[in-house]
Design a protein around this ligand. Structure first.
Ligand code: SAM
Length: 346
């Protein structure tokens, strides 16, 4: 075991420079040791349970033009769709009977979903399914808008920070999008009372070990309730279509480090990880993850929410195949409970 790994096990935290050095120099042996410790910590906090969320991709219209994303507004080849309130409710209906008690409504920044439209949808879900949590992931909005959504009953909000380095952020996004505003949104969400999710892509273009070290320091400092991390996967109809896919090994290593530095975090084994590796979900769980988000979107629209090439939406990624996911989760010693799966506070 290298010295930095034993320091991390002892102190549960490293400096920025040390995280960068760890990311540059970790060995297979370090990865195995940290994964084992990450699972021990996860089991201590959450038992051997993997929480599931039904993911409903409500729209692929987006006003933004993020360079990495397949549903960016400049992608003229993207076949656009949006779900109505009735569509979304019937996804929830189906999800509820399958055993889901959290619905994640995710989409591009689509002007159709005004505060009035979204609040109406959230209120209706909460009144029909009072034992369920509603998570929103609809990008950047004003604090007044977030407050209205919270007052309507939304419980959680996922907004990946994407990278904690402002210069790197500016290389991934057009000028109108800034890290400063992203961070303001995360702070607003926390202040309002949401359970908040941050997160980043691993292996995004121009990313260095120092950038990832900044992400780890941000996670240790902000302590989000959830942290979505997955490999960058290129989409051929974006400016980053020619860049390489992020590393699954590094993604799993970072999952373990994050579990160790922030034990109570809800950590998904992401679809992107499952897309680049046949056993990606299982490896994520074996690295310390404890959340899976199978797809509950209408089957006719699923392929259209194409964030990156070959994005999975069937098999264990499909909410309808929960039994397959249960088997895969059982193969790594975990079970899937039927409840909301809230964060445990430290
Ligand atoms: N519009 C909302 C937002 O910006 O938070 C939610 C939807 S956005 C498509 C969800 C996440 O997809 C982003 O936070 C980003 O990290 C991820 N994503 C987009 N393109 C990706 C790619 N090429 N590879 C991996 N992840 C990607």
């Amino acid at each position: 075991m290298t010295e930095l790994t034993s320091r991390l096990l002892k102190d549960r935290s490293l400096s920025l420079e040390e995280y960068a050095a760890l990311i540059r120099t970790f060995t297979d042996d370090d990865a195995v040791i940290l994964a084992k410790e990450a699972c021990r910590v996860r089991d201590e906090v959450y038992g051997n349970q993997v929480y599931v969320r039904g993911l409903i991709e409500i729209s692929n219209f987006c006003r933004n033009d993020c360079f990495y994303c397949g549903i960016r507004r400049s992608n003229k080849k993207c076949d656009r769709y949006r779900l109505t309130k009735e569509d979304i409710l019937s996804c929830c209906e189906e999800g509820y009977s399958l055993g889901f008690r959290t619905f994640v409504l995710q989409g591009g920044e689509d002007g159709y979903y005004t505060d009035a439209v979204m609040c109406d949808i959230v209120k209706e879900i909460k009144s029909r399914f009072p034992d369920c949590a509603v998570t929103l992931s609809l990008g950047e909005r004003s604090s007044e808008s977030y407050q209205k959504l919270f007052d309507a009953g939304a419980d959680r909000y996922l907004l990946r920070h994407e990278t904690a380095d402002a210069e790197h952020y500016s290389l991934l996004h057009p000028t109108e999008l800034t890290l400063e505003n992203r961070m303001k949104c995360l702070k607003d969400l926390r202040d309002i009372g949401f359970q908040v999710g941050a997160g980043f892509m691993v292996g995004s273009p121009f990313q260095t070990a120092e950038h990832l070290a900044k992400d780890l320091c941000f996670i240790a400092d902000f302590k989000p309730d959830m942290c979505g991390i997955g490999p960058f996967v290129p989409h051929s109809d974006t400016p980053f279509g020619g860049y390489p896919t992020g590393s699954a090994v590094l993604t799993c290593f970072l999952l373990s480090v994050i579990r160790i530095i922030h034990p109570t975090v809800l950590l998904p084994a992401t679809t992107a990880l499952g897309t680049i590796l046949p056993k990606g979900r299982e490896l994520g769980i074996l690295s310390g993850a404890n959340v899976a988000m199978p797809n509950l979107s209408p089957a006719t629209e699923r392929k259209k929410y194409s964030l990156y090439n070959n994005k999975l939406s069937d098999g264990a990624e499909s909410a309808q195949c929960l039994d397959e996911l249960k088997k895969r989760v059982a193969s790594v010693g975990c079970t899937i409970p039927v409840h909301r799966g809230d964060v445990k506070k430290g």
